[in-house]
Write a protein that binds this ligand. Structure first.
Ligand code: ADP
Ligand code: ZN
Length: 845
């Protein structure tokens, strides 16, 4: 790292006595998680001796709490209001932003492009282990002590109301953190009790900075200034100052202890020195920082040996072309397009090697965390400790430690999921986005971003090569490749000879049903399953819906249970005995009678993974059937056992949602069945056809990956749908042509850009009204080459208890729209919290 100062955090700075100040020095804007859509203005603490900069973490007062925030504007204008009183920043946690300057630039770009608050990106870019922790502390007041004495006199503590027990506890403890109070008196109703005590003035609640990272630290002493001439300096301080001056740099506390050798036993001496230092901080002579000392993760040694691979001609030619761009240090976007197993990973591994050899760094993104471990092995064999892994399933300590190795330049290659796009790398040579078409690169929550688009922006800023790797390019990417804005690199055959594409059979379920087959399984699928299992091979069955059945209906009155918070059916989870909303996760016990007419007959309609598993276990009693879906993912141990069992053949059929389609390599699988392949085609979403094509193509690719030929059986009620047809014929080009024509006809991306504004409000009338206001405001502006549609009530018109309305913007002049929108968002006639802004939305439901 260029500037080692960035590794420090200010330990302690005296808090100014004044609560708020009127005439001020510099003002800064600070983003906090508590008000994510409104940056707040504070006075900069000049005494900190740190220049305000974008990205610095600070602690600021917020009402009667103290919270951590990020400086998002180091030169804020004064607020134009006569009564305004600014409060000062309490603490500056870093003398330098934690993120390197180039990354801060990328975050600014994202904030600008996606119209999201910059602070939200700054927060996201720092690993959770470095997030400052604040804790509410409750203290009893003198009035509270008196009240407690009166209550104590009344006798039996067990019959007291909760608030009185809290008060009595605090009368003893004087002050305690909320978790401590909870342990002492129990948690039920605790918040209400504390509120009550607070309202009576018997307790005070303060948010305290508890600690600002879980990472081990050492203390560093920094000389701010020497005492002015004439300032009185006690001898003990003079010694320390002289030592610092002699050193001419910041010193570790241990060095100082050695250097000035305070007398007495070790502990006492150290304590005395600390006291002395603290007083010196108060006089403004020195500062104490903390330096992180993360311990690197100890990985298992990679297993398996490396058989040297000689690239084939295609691979070699592509590698050389890409390498020339890395060596020239020019921005270049390549699309590496080839079927699974065509050797794409091998090519980018070597490209990264070339970049690292030239002193550059590299970033590799994968869409699924589940895919990372297998690739990690390959990377670690090649790069050893130069590799860092970053994804959200790691513990905060692990993530921080890996993050820190990247930040300090010990690790130069980052492999991770979506959020690894924020890795603190410097001087990047290559950014690889593997499975670039995958929808999970898009984050829809605050702050919105698409990791592939961010990768392109980052590569452009760093003059790096961006490599989009895929077996089925996204429509956007392929359109660019065809226009020549991205360079297309094709691998046309599988690297391992012998493996062939599976045979695909389409089954028209209308036909099968008419002939009286099982309602969910065609005769062909059942016999193929039997044959496959009898041969000792295994099968995957895809049904893209978890749970037992998508809805439960009363046979007497027809009532279908919907979520009380969302406009969607509750899904039956039979094993768990609950109905669950898949949008807000609300659950309720399965009723035994219809809640409307009291009828006793409730029927489960349709299928999900759980029901398919049950049906298959019935049909094949000798066979073990496993389920892989989001429910399994939430139990990691079970997940790994299941994947292992299926890999080894102890589980013979794996039923799952789209999760089974992605990337896994199961050599025993020779049959793939797809149930209800058309479920998504009816959705009012322009990307639904593309997603369907991708899904079928990927799951078909799971079949016959080793030496045995594979087969796929696709059951559908819409065999004529082009996405299904082309996927079955392994015809990407055909699909692309038709899809592009459809997008052009309806003016969808990539022919236009979309921005979706969603108003969410608990009151229906207000949601509508705000959406209308917004539509009017935007329409009035008559933005060139832009249409505004709204308000539109989406399919999911109610979500988590809030009503939703879309305002959709379609444009060919993004810049004009962004400018107009920034303006409109800046003076919205309603609270910004009620509005979600989605630039380039991935889904429109
Ligand atoms: P993809 O990323 O396209 O799925 P990989 O790079 O993972 O393909 O390669 C698939 C398999 O083929 C891997 O086991 C890899 O080691 C092997 N492989 C790749 N290139 C070659 C090659 N030129 N010769 C032999 N084996 C290769
Ligand atoms: Zn719900």
């Amino acid at each position: 790292m260029q500037d080692e100062k960035a590794t420090r955090a200010v330990l302690w700075i005296p808090t100014p006595e004044v609560e708020s100040v009127r005439p001020v020095g510099r003002l800064v804007r600070v983003w906090t998680r508590q008000f994510p859509y409104e940056d707040l203005t504070y006075v900069w603490p000049e005494a900190a001796g740190v220049e305000p900069q974008v990205g610095l973490r600070v602690v600021v007062p917020l009402r009667n709490r103290r919270v951590t925030g990020y400086v998002v504007d180091p030169q804020a204008p004064p607020i134009e209001r006569p009564d305004v009183r600014y409060r000062p920043v309490d603490l500056v946690l870093d003398p330098q932003p934690l993120c390197p300057p180039a990354l801060v630039r990328l975050l600014r770009w994202a904030a600008d492009y996606y119209l999201q608050p910059l602070g939200a990106y700054l927060h996201l870019a720092v690993p959770p282990g470095l997030h400052a922790l604040h804790r509410a502390e409750v203290r009893v007041t003198p009035a509270g002590l008196q009240a407690a004495a009166e209550w104590a006199a009344r006798g039996s503590v067990r019959r007291l109301p909760l608030w009185a027990r809290v008060l009595l506890y605090l009368a003893e403890a004087r002050k305690a953190t909320l978790p401590k109070v909870r342990r002492a008196v129990g948690s039920k109703g605790l918040h209400a009790a504390v509120q009550y005590l607070r309202a009576r003035g018997w307790v005070e609640v303060r948010e305290r900075l508890h600690r600002w990272s879980k990472v081990p630290k050492t203390t560093v002493v920094h000389l701010v200034r020497l005492p002015a001439a004439g300032e009185r300096v006690p001898a003990a301080y003079r010694e320390v100052l002289a030592f610092l001056e002699r050193a001419g740099r910041d010193v570790l506390l241990e060095e100082l202890t050695e250097g000035v050798r305070p007398s007495g036993g070790d502990d006492a001496a150290r304590r005395r020195l600390r006291d002395r230092l603290r007083r010196m901080v108060a006089r403004g002579w020195i500062q104490l920082y903390e330096q992180y000392h993360p311990r690197p993760i100890v990985w298992d040694a990679p297993v398996g040996s490396e058989t040297p691979i000689v690239l084939n001609d295609e691979q070699q030619a592509i590698l050389e072309a890409l390498r020339s761009h890395v060596e020239a240090g020019t921005f270049h976007v390549g699309v590496l397009y080839g079927v699974t197993g065509s050797g794409k990973t091998e090519v980018y591994l070597r490209l990264i090697e070339a970049a690292v050899r030239r002193g550059k760094t590299a970033l590799v993104l994968m869409p699924e965390i589940a895919l990372i471990p297998a690739v990690t092995q390959r990377f670690r064999r090649q790069f050893g400790d130069l590799l860092a892994v970053l994804h959200s399933e790691m513990t905060p300590a692990q993530r921080t430690s890996e993050w820190w190795r990247v930040r300090t330049g010990q690790a130069r290659i980052v492999l991770g999921a979506r959020s690894a796009i924020f890795a603190p790398l410097e001087d990047i040579g290559v950014i690889v986005v593997d499975e670039e078409q995958d929808g999970s690169y898009r984050q829809d929550e605050l702050p919105v971003y698409h990791a592939r688009e961010m990768a392109l922006a980052r590569a452009r800023m760093e003059n790096a090569v961006a490599l989009l790797v895929t077996a089925t390019p996204s429509v956007e990417t392929y359109a660019h490749a065809r226009q020549g804005t991205y360079s297309l690199y094709r691998l046309t055959r599988r690297a391992v000879p012998g493996a062939v594409l599976p045979e695909v059979v389409l089954v028209d379920m209308r036909d099968a049903y008419a002939r009286g087959s099982h309602p969910f399984f065609s005769p062909l699928l059942l016999t193929s399953l039997r044959e496959t299992l009898d041969r000792g091979e295994t099968a995957i069955v895809l049904i893209n819906r978890r749970g037992y059945a998508p809805f439960v209906q009363c046979r007497a009155c027809g009532h279908v249970r919907t979520c009380s918070q969302c406009s969607i059916h509750m899904v039956l989870h039979k094993k768990a005995g609950v109905l669950q909303c898949h949008y807000c996760n609300a659950t309720e016990r399965v009723p035994s009678r219809c809640p409307v007419c009291e009828g006793p007959y409730l029927i489960a309609t349709g299928i999900g993974t759980e029901r398919v598993q049950a049906l298959l276990e019935q049909a094949f009693p000798d066979v073990r059937v496993g389920v892989l879906d989001r429910d399994t993912l939430s139990r990691p141990r079970e997940l790994f056992r299941l994947l292992g069992d299926f890999y080894e053949g102890r589980v013979q059929v794996l039923v799952g949602t789209q999760m089974v389609a992605k990337g896994h390599h199961f050599p025993r699988v020779t049959l793939v069945g797809v149930l209800e392949a058309d479920t998504s085609t009816g959705l009012p979403d322009f990307r639904s056809h593309e997603r369907l094509f991708q899904l079928i193509t990927q799951v078909v690719g799971r079949s016959g990956r080793a030496d045995r030929p594979g087969r796929a059986i696709i059951q559908t009620y819409r065999p004529e749908h082009y996405a299904i047809r082309y996927a079955c014929q392994h015809d990407y080009e055909g699909f692309f042509r038709e899809e592009l024509a459809y997008r052009q006809r309806f003016q969808y991306p990539p022919f236009t850009s979309l921005i979706a504004l969603t108003v969410v409000h608990p009151e229906h009338a207000l949601a509508r009204q705000y959406a209308q206001t917004l539509t009017d405001l935007l329409t009035q502006r008559a933005i060139p080459e832009t249409q505004v549609h709204g308000p539109v009530q989406p399919l999911l018109w109610r979500l988590q208890g809030k009503y939703r309305y879309h305002v959709l913007i379609r444009t060919t002049d993004r810049r004009a729209v962004r400018q107009a929108l920034r303006d409109v968002l800046g003076r919205l006639p309603f609270r910004r919290d009620f509005l979600r802004v989605q630039v380039d939305p991935y889904e429109l439901v």
